[in-house]
Design a protein. Structure first.
Length: 157
């Protein structure tokens, strides 16, 4: 996707945001996959579950926190369940409700991946931006819808 020479600033910023997201996601995901056998989506799901009470969430709530559709979270969880990192848990009060629950194996994999992943994120940003620019970028992106308000840590709770 190339930027037109006379693109409006908003369009140019949007194009650059898309490119930055795609390139950084590809790079960080390939590192995480090579070192720990996890995609960024896998990592984020494990992270969100690790920070939840009793390390579990209703699947619909997990989908909402990950900004995924119900079918998208189902596909994600199927892979994590096959690997034994997440398991289904029933709700004692309502058998129609199922939870995604982080297993001990999932917590261990997340913990092992956290140090290197956080290091990769820091190295990538700090290689190209100053601390002040990173702070400004974070502040600017937080103004967009559904960006601020989530836990901003990349480390398990």
């Amino acid at each position: 996707m190339s930027e037109p020479q006379n693109a409006a600033p908003a369009v140019q910023a949007w194009t650059r945001l898309l490119r930055a997201h795609a390139s950084t996601t590809r790079l960080l995901s390939s590192q995480l996959q090579a070192e720990h056998g996890l995609t960024l989506n896998d990592y984020e799901a494990l992270l969100v579950l690790s920070q939840a009470e009793e390390r579990r969430l209703k699947r619909v709530d997990l989908a909402r926190r990950l900004l995924l559709t119900p079918s998208g979270v189902t596909r994600l969880l199927e892979g994590l369940e096959r690997e034994g990192l997440v398991e289904r848990a029933a709700c004692a009060q309502d058998l129609r409700v199922t939870y995604a629950q982080l297993t001990d194996s999932g917590a261990e994999r997340l913990e092992a991946a956290s140090c290197s992943h956080v290091g990769s994120v820091r190295a990538l940003l700090e290689e190209h931006l100053t601390v002040a620019e990173i702070d400004s970028l974070g502040s600017l992106l937080a103004k967009l819808p559904e960006v601020e308000g989530g836990d901003e840590s990349c480390r398990p709770g």
